[in-house]
Design a protein around this ligand. Structure first.
Ligand code: HEM
Length: 135
């Protein structure tokens, strides 16, 4: 449920910065991000707006994430699993429990939908597969 009282903008900004710092240093998915993200400060602000819209309903984000991800040549379930693992690890350090729960649930749903969308874009004649359940 979208709820402006769930967390503060500062909590989201701190979380996003910590998360993408992990991501860009990750040996598996870091290289993908480093190949596409040329301005990390801009990415932090963009993704803070995204999570602010998802969690607080601020409406600050108005991008097209599906197109950004279908534009990536190679995606696979292992990449999403790693992304989600780093996301959960970073959230575990956040004191706001309600935010942790909402953000985890939203990330899992969005990851699944991006994976479906990517498969439908690359292999429209195949039945898309699910991501494996969270470890
Ligand atoms: C396999 C996992 C993932 C990879 C490798 C990945 C990779 C990327 C990359 C490289 C960009 C920058 C694209 C560009 O600027 O050209 C990006 C942007 C973005 N990603 Fe992901 N991503 C993943 C999963 C996710 C998930 C699960 C979410 C949401 C829960 C997400 C949300 C976004 C958003 C909102 C943007 C900004 C799109 C825009 O420019 O408006 N990503 N991602």
């Amino acid at each position: 449920m979208i709820n402006p009282a769930l967390c503060t903008e500062e909590e989201i900004a701190a979380f996003v910065r910590a998360f993408y710092t992990r991501v860009r240093n990750d040996e598996l998915i870091g290289p993908i991000f480093n190949a596409h993200v040329h301005d990390w400060e801009h990415h932090f602000v963009l993704l803070t707006d995204f999570w602010s819209s998802v969690l607080r309903g601020s409406g600050r984000y108005s991008g097209t994430p599906m197109q950004k991800h279908t534009a990536l040549e190679e995606l696979k379930p292992e990449f999403f699993e790693r992304w989600l693992k780093l996301f959960r690890q970073t959230l575990d350090e956040q004191p706001n429990e309600a935010m942790r729960e909402r953000a985890t649930a939203a990330a899992e749903r969005i990851a699944q939908s991006l994976w479906y969308g990517w498969q439908m874009d690359k292999y429209p004649d195949r039945m898309p597969t699910d991501l494996p359940p969270a470890a």
